[in-house]
Design a protein around this ligand. Sequence first.
Ligand code: GRF
Length: 217
Amino acid sequence: MTKRRVAILISGRGSNMTALIEAAKAKDFPADIVLVVSNIAGAAGLARASEAGIATATVESKPFGKDREAFERRLQDTLVSHNIEIVCLAGFLRLLTPWFVKQWDGRMINIHPALLPSYKGLHTHERALADGVKIHGATVHFVVPEMDSGPIIMQGAVAVRDDDTPDLLAARVLEIEHQIYPDSLRLVASGRTRIENGHCKTDAGSPDDALISPEII
Ligand code: GRF
């Protein structure tokens, strides 16, 4: 099996990154995590990646100021120099330009801590609690120019409890993020996803073709 070469882009602690790295250790996992890139120098996830024996790079966004594309060109050079085939955004706190998104059309995925299309943007857990919703969760989706949009690959659900706080809810959602992100990368890297009319479909009959994780935790 030829494994796809994957880069993970982070800005922070990298718990989803770690979940992907762990999953990719399995012999039958269709992807190799070959590079972790941070736009923030000293991001905690970089040390975790190095400990796991994965190449890391820092491409700081700050020096580029508002010139997002100049930053992205540097980032793109780094990805190309490592022959990256698939990009996973994992807590990468940077809006991407249409130019960069186009370079990775159908090959870049993101995890968002809400059941999209609800709660795009920041502070998703606070907003879900403020609305009194009973179900919340996380979504893995292909990246398109519009933020937190794009074909949904997989979603995982958690029940909202009466005594939840944003931190408690975030912790349960994070647990499910760590399940659906590796599962989604497995689907994408093995070529079992396709986009039809803006929706992500999987090949029928594959063992993990369920796009929705109905587990309520
Ligand atoms: C996660 O909640 C993810 O859904 C969001 O940013 C957070 C990153 O956490 N995009 P971590 O760095 O993976 O621990």
